[in-house]
Design a protein around this ligand. Structure first.
Ligand SMILES: NC(=O)c1ccc[n+]([C@@H]2O[C@H](COP(=O)([O-])OP(=O)(O)OC[C@H]3O[C@@H](n4cnc5c(N)ncnc54)[C@H](O)[C@@H]3O)[C@@H](O)[C@H]2O)c1
Length: 376
């Protein structure tokens, strides 16, 4: 198969979807790897590093999209990239379509088969291609929160860990999955007073064991959140309902319960945000204020640490890239039900139930579309 790797063009995005190690694995299996010149530079990977492992370098994005059958990306395609997609393409990338009806429509019109990293599941129903980025985003969430609590940056002016004789700050993490657990571990490491909320009792049990008494776990309800908001200096939103738009866990009228210049970090912003007052921001301009509360809502947090993030992402995606390249999307999806869940759009139809519900269109089971496509 011809596999194309264009440069990422979203603002402040420096990751790349394939490393030289991945290029080598694909090339050794007889696939053609086509990398846009400069695609790896943001992650400190030169064109020559790819060429040395059997990839070919193409001058620009149109050349890559023209030549490739499968396009590997990191972030959702931008409008100019959607225009270059056609029915012959498989697109494998983060898509986050549930809160994005326009992009979904564009992908439907392209006719491409679009496989979303974030809805691929493993045998235990976990999200193996979201997890590495969630681990990074969780760690950054606490770092960023600590930073924006500093007075010169508009924060309350409190140190997360306190000092002898002065109490630590209170960090509340809502959603104790991959993001939440990593955010909590960094907050614990910084010696803050940490509370993790989740709606899954099983998950709270796992967290309780992992924290070993160094953080409290709380069953998440509207009342429990409202009781905690007046104490919180930093609230990290990290909830996820697979494939769906994030539910609101803090509403605008609840902001008045919080201390002035407290900080909200909405990691779930890529799924539409879990605070009612959130809107996406960028690394260049990461925060805004609503009712005296600082909001940090960067939609591609791992983009800030591309060297870590590129390798963490590609370690996880490579087995799936190899499966798609070796078998084609229909056969790979049939062999691996978890990969099948990644197919969000195919042949103009929306093939993931939560995405279909999120954007308000009809859902078509993925088997119907891929089988038809294969027969055609
Ligand atoms: N902004 C970024 O750069 C970035 C990077 C990585 C991940 N994310 C996003 O972070 C979010 C969390 O990802 P994850 O990998 O931790 O997901 P996850 O599935 O591992 O964890 C989500 C947790 O939220 C819990 N939950 C669901 N509804 C809840 C509610 N109403 N109240 C409390 N808890 C609730 C679930 O039980 C689960 O434990 C996702 O939206 C993901 O897309 C954002």
């Amino acid at each position: 198969m011809k596999i194309g790797v264009p440069s990422e063009i979203k603002d402040d995005e420096y990751r790349v979807a394939l490393t030289p190690a991945g290029a080598r694995e694909l090339a050794e299996r007889g696939h053609d790897v086509l990398v846009q010149s400069g695609a790896g530079l943001g992650s400190a990977i030169d064109d020559a590093d790819y060429e040395g492992q059997g990839a070919r370098i193409l001058p620009d994005a149109p050349a890559v999209f023209d030549a490739a059958e499968m396009i590997l990306k990191v972030k959702e395609p931008q409008p100019s990239e959607v225009e270059m997609l056609g029915p012959g393409h498989v697109l494998f990338t983060y898509l986050h379509l549930a809160p994005a009806p326009e992009l979904t429509k564009g992908l439907q019109q392209s006719g491409a088969t679009c496989v979303a990293y974030e809805t691929v599941e493993d045998a235990r129903g976990r999200l193996p291609l979201l997890a590495p980025m969630s681990e990074i985003a969780g760690k950054i969430a606490t770092q960023a929160g600590a930073f924006f609590l500093e007075k010169p940056l508009g924060g309350r002016g409190i140190l997360l860990g306190g000092v002898p004789g002065v109490a630590a700050a209170t960090v509340v993490v809502i959603g104790g999955g991959a993001v939440g657990m990593n955010a909590a571990f960094i907050a614990i490491g910084m010696e803050a007073d940490v509370f993790v909320f989740d709606v899954s009792i099983d998950r709270l049990r796992e967290l309780d064991v992992a924290f070993g008494g160094r953080a409290s776990t709380v069953f998440s309800s509207t009342l429990a959140v409202e009781e905690m908001l007046p104490r919180a200096d930093l609230v990290i939103g990290a909830v996820l309902v697979h494939g769906a738009r994030a539910p609101y866990v803090v509403r605008r009228d609840q902001l008045k319960l919080m201390k002035r210049q407290a900080v909200l970090v909405d990691v779930a912003i890529d799924q539409g945000g879990c605070f009612e007052t959130s809107h996406p921001t960028t690394h260049r301009d990461p925060t805004f204020e609503v009712d005296g509360i600082t909001h940090y809502c960067v939609a591609n947090m791992p983009g800030a640490v591309p060297i870590t993030a590129t390798y963490a992402l590609t370690n996880a995606t490579l087995p799936y890239v190899l499966a798609l390249a070796d078998n084609g999307v229909a056969s790979a999806a049939r062999r691996d039900p978890g990969l099948r869940l990644g197919v969000n759009v195919a042949d103009g139809r929306v093939t993931h139930p939560a995405v279909a519900e999120g954007v308000g269109v009809n859902y078509t089971p993925v088997e119907e579309v891929l089988d038809q496509k294969q027969k055609a």
